[in-house]
Ligand binder design. Structure first.
Ligand code: ADP
Ligand code: MG
Length: 270
């Protein structure tokens, strides 16, 4: 079924991202609330339309298989503007959520979110999809306090602009291999995931600097302040495993999820 603008009632603007504008919308046939992300394709390479449409149908299929990924509803083109319809996450993104707090999350909440984000990411990797843009701004919260990994593959859709996109704002989540212009891989997502877990424990980025050059040096050095001693050693180990500078030393998601401590939190929180 081909969707178009008339299938939706447009509501308030939720925000403006680097690629376009996000609106809250209502699907007319069943009243489902979702978000509509509008992306201008005019500054993209000529084949971007086809690629974008193919990518969105892939994401739709893949997102259905996992509860911890923002569900894709569909997409349509209007002129040069691609509209992507996605599940609405009522409580906004994790970045805003953490900013509004004056203390970091308690251990139990950190595990709950990290397990859900980790399972979402693991599912993407099992489907041979790299996220490429894991950050607190791309983790969304539902009213029941579940989280969803969002914005997947958008960087891939717009692959010719993805490098530029990486350097929009301060690239806090860049892994050492990307700083060295080596290829992006699954473990680069794991590094960024580690940065997100760190932020939940400290309300800070693991690496901060006044400018981009100084930041890259810190990332390449790979030293960051430890999380508070009130957190468990297991949590500290998990973060450190994700944020190993050398790829062979970095924890694979499959390994992480097979660890007894991770298994037992998963059972406990289920
Ligand atoms: P960017 O293009 O920089 O990644 P986004 O398009 O992801 O930015 O987000 C723009 C704004 O829309 C943000 O404030 C974000 O919180 C909000 N937003 C994006 N997706 C959703 C969603 N599925 N549910 C609720 N809010 C969302
Ligand atoms: Mg985003």
């Amino acid at each position: 079924v081909n969707l178009d603008r008339n299938d939706f009632e447009f509501g308030q603007q939720l925000g403006r991202g680097s690629f376009g504008v996000v609106f809250k919308v209502r699907r007319k046939n069943d009243g489902l609330t979702c978000v509509c992300k509008q992306i201008q394709l005019s500054n993209c390479k000529p084949r971007a339309r086809d690629e974008a449409n193919r990518e969105v149908s892939l994401l739709k299929r893949v997102s259905r298989g996992c509860n911890y990924i923002v569900q894709y509803v569909g997409s349509f083109l209007e002129g040069e503007s691609l509209h992507i319809l996605m599940e609405y996450c009522e409580k906004g993104d994790l970045c805003q959520f953490l900013k509004a707090r004056d203390r970091s999350l308690e251990e139990r909440a950190v595990w709950k979110y990290l397990l859900q984000i980790g399972l979402g990411l693991k599912w993407l990797h099992q489907n041979r999809i790299l996220h490429r843009d894991i950050k607190t701004m791309n983790v969304f919260l539902k009213t029941n306090d579940d989280v969803r990994l969002g914005d997947l593959g958008v960087a891939r859709v717009l692959s010719n602009t993805s490098f530029a996109h990486t350097f929009v704002g301060t690239p806090y989540y860049l892994s050492p291999e990307i700083c060295e212009e080596r290829p992006y891989n699954e473990l680069s997502d794991v590094w960024a995931f580690g940065c997100v877990v760190y932020e939940m424990c400290t309300l800070r980025h693991p690496f901060e600097a006044k400018n981009q050059a100084a930041l890259l040096i810190k990332i390449l050095r790979g030293q960051f302040a430890p999380i508070d001693a009130s957190y468990s050693q297991e949590l500290r180990d998990l973060i450190e495993g994700c944020m190993q500078r050398e790829l062979p030393k970095r924890t694979k998601l499959s390994t992480m999820f097979s660890r007894p401590v991770v298994q037992s939190w998963a059972t406990h929180l289920a």
